[in-house]
Structure formats: structure tokens, C-alpha cells
Design a protein. Structure first.
Length: 122
């Protein structure tokens, strides 16, 4: 059964029963530190308007780590695909590998922005 809800993930996740989810695939905010595309290159100039829009939301922030405890709570077995910025990897590894003794793999999307999938599982 598919049940799609629209709302604040930090609130809606509280409604999900413990150990009821097989897999989480998530694309949280990327912790983008620089939204200046570069004023001199044609590419930089072409994407600057888009970069300016990133500052209007929470896209330049990172995920609130409190929700990670809920990820662990709702998973039958910890099995999570996280689309993330390379600068977020140490935080995810510390939380899942060090704190929860999970295994991990990297699936790299070879792209200049260096975003990748981090796969966490037991």
C-alpha cells in the first residue's frame, strides 16, 4: 500500500510506528556553504540566479540530526540511502557507524558538485 503525505517531515515521522519501514531513501538539505557561482565564467553567470534562490529556503542548511534517531526507530533494520554533500559524510558516519554500529557503502555520482549517495545498513 502506498500512502503519501505532504507536510513537515520532522513532524510526520513521529506518526510512523516503530520498526515499520524497510528502506528510507532521503534527500535532505546539503549544507551548501557557497552559493556564489562565480562572476567571471559563463557557467557561473548562467547559474547565479538559481543559486540565489537556494538562499530563500533551507537548502543551504544541513539536516537536523534529531530526525536521524527517528530514522533508526522506524526502520525494521537500519537500511537507508542518503543523498548528501561530501562535507556531511563525517556526521552521517559518526551517527550511523560509530553510534549505531552500521555498515556503509558509497555510491558516487561523478558530478562536479560532488554529491553522492551514502548507504547505511545493519
Amino acid at each position: 500500500m502506498i500512502n503519501i503525505k505532504c507536510g513537515d517531515a520532522y513532524k510526520l515521522i513521529k506518526e510512523i510506528p516503530d520498526k515499520s519501514i524497510d528502506l528510507i531513501v532521503t534527500d535532505p538539505p546539503y549544507l551548501i556553504e557557497n552559493t556564489q557561482g562565480g562572476k567571471s565564467s559563463n557557467l557561473g553567470k548562467s547559474i547565479q540566479n538559481m543559486n540565489n534562490q537556494l538562499q530563500c529556503g533551507n537548502f543551504t542548511e544541513s539536516i537536523d540530526e534529531k530526525i536521524l534517531e527517528d530514522f533508526v526507530r522506524i526502520c525494521k533494520n537500519i537500511n537507508i540511502y542518503i543523498w548528501c554533500n561530501h562535507k556531511q559524510i563525517p556526521m552521517y558516519l559518526d551517527f550511523f557507524v560509530t553510534k549505531h554500529n552500521c555498515k556503509f557503502d558509497f555510491i558516487i555520482w561523478n558530478k562536479q558538485t560532488q554529491h553522492l549517495y551514502l548507504i547505511i545498513n545493519i
